[in-house]
Design a protein around this ligand. Structure first.
Ligand code: SAM
Length: 331
């Protein structure tokens, strides 16, 4: 299960700074102080009463975190209790709910709970990503693994490359991989069958990925020549070209759903970077084992630079290269 991150820059972090709102916008919250921190109003001298932030009790936290774990596999340790409180506090306000208990009941009983589950996932995950993120590791992918793999495939008469980008967020990672494949193959890409399966828990991130429109900030570490070649300028933003887009299939997958992971088509290379860092050990083990089963013999696994399977799995062989590493499924 994924652990709630304190993410400094991800989508979820945007709610972290939210504290109070004018009483005029509080709807039915006004006067319901029992669950709110009256202390937050100290020092306000305007005479306006500000909307209070709901406090989560230990019992509410236990209920809600167990529910989140059961439905999404995301695990929130006790020390992140107040982060959950902050992130979901704004949602309670939007819904006009007075306590986390009410929110818990709403999640369990509401007929539109799929929609609310999506919102909940957005609040408890960190979606930070960018094009050409961790360039040293990506260079290993492009210059070592991919080039060698393409040669081996050509020698075997199998012009196909199947990649799985698990936890792809808003698409920057799989698009980067598709661009790198395009760079290596050049014009000969026409004769190749390339498929990148890109999955995430968050429907909002997947919608953004499918849209394929990015700000300059998403491209801040992307070589200028690559931006010019693979993107069309649209106002201030950049749209990925359709010849890159068509190499990728975006879809929802919860990495805690073992049955769904089994249905992902076999891959030559799996990318799951900056995702398992938020998982606890049993969840990491389940996911790594699913990647192992998904990979063809001789396939490669790329994790984030601060993620390791050292204590979790001996099935993969570490492949050490200057500037980074990946793992190989022996076969
Ligand atoms: C920090 S982003 C990493 C994005 C990209 N891999 C990268 O390295 O730039 C982590 C992503 O993992 C997704 N995620 C977290 N837990 C997940 C789960 N249980 N199943 C699927 N995706 C999950 C989040 O929604 C988020 O988009």
């Amino acid at each position: 299960m994924a652990l709630l991150s304190s993410g400094k820059t991800g989508a979820g972090s945007s709610v972290l700074g939210q504290r109070t709102a004018p009483a005029a916008t509080t709807g039915r919250l006004g006067g319901l102080m029992g669950n709110y921190d009256k202390g937050e109003n100290r020092g306000i001298t305007s005479g306006l009463s500000l909307r209070k932030t709901a406090k989560i009790s230990d019992e509410e936290f236990a209920q809600l975190s167990a529910f989140i774990y059961e439905k999404t596999g995301i695990s929130i340790p006790d020390k992140r209790k107040y982060l959950l409180e902050n992130r979901l506090g704004s949602r309670l306000k939007e819904l006009g709910l007075n306590s986390f208990k009410e929110y818990y009941d709403f999640l369990r009983l509401d007929r539109n709970k799929t929609l609310e589950m999506d919102k909940l996932c957005e609040k408890v995950t960190t979606n930070e990503t960018s094009f050409y993120r961790d360039i040293r590791q990506l260079n290993i992918f492009q210059n070592d693994i991919l080039k060698e793999f393409i040669k081996a495939q050509e020698a075997a008469g199998k012009k196909e490359i199947f990649i799985w980008s698990a936890g792809c967020s808003s698409g920057e990672e799989p698009y980067t991989l598709a661009i790198m494949i395009s760079e290596v193959l050049g014009m000969s890409i026409i004769g190749w069958n390339i498929r990148i399966a890109a999955n995430d828990l968050s429907p909002a991130m997947l919608a953004k990925a499918r849209e394929g429109l990015y700000t300059e900030y998403s491209l801040r570490t992307t070589p200028k020549g690559i931006v010019a070649k693979y993107f069309d300028k649209e106002g201030e933003d950049y749209r990925i070209k359709s010849r890159v887009k068509k190499l990728i299939n975006f879809g929802p997958i919860n990495l805690s759903d073992a049955a769904a992971l089994k249905r992902v088509p076999k891959s030559h290379i799996v990318f799951c970077r900056n995702v398992i860092i938020y998982f606890d050990d049993p969840m990491k083990q389940g996911v790594i084992s699913a990647f192992y089963d998904n990979l063809v013999p001789g396939g490669y696994l790329f994790l984030g630079h601060s993620e390791s399977i050292h204590k979790l799995s001996t099935a993969f062989k570490p492949v050490l290269k200057p500037g980074g590493m990946c793992y190989r499924k022996e076969g």
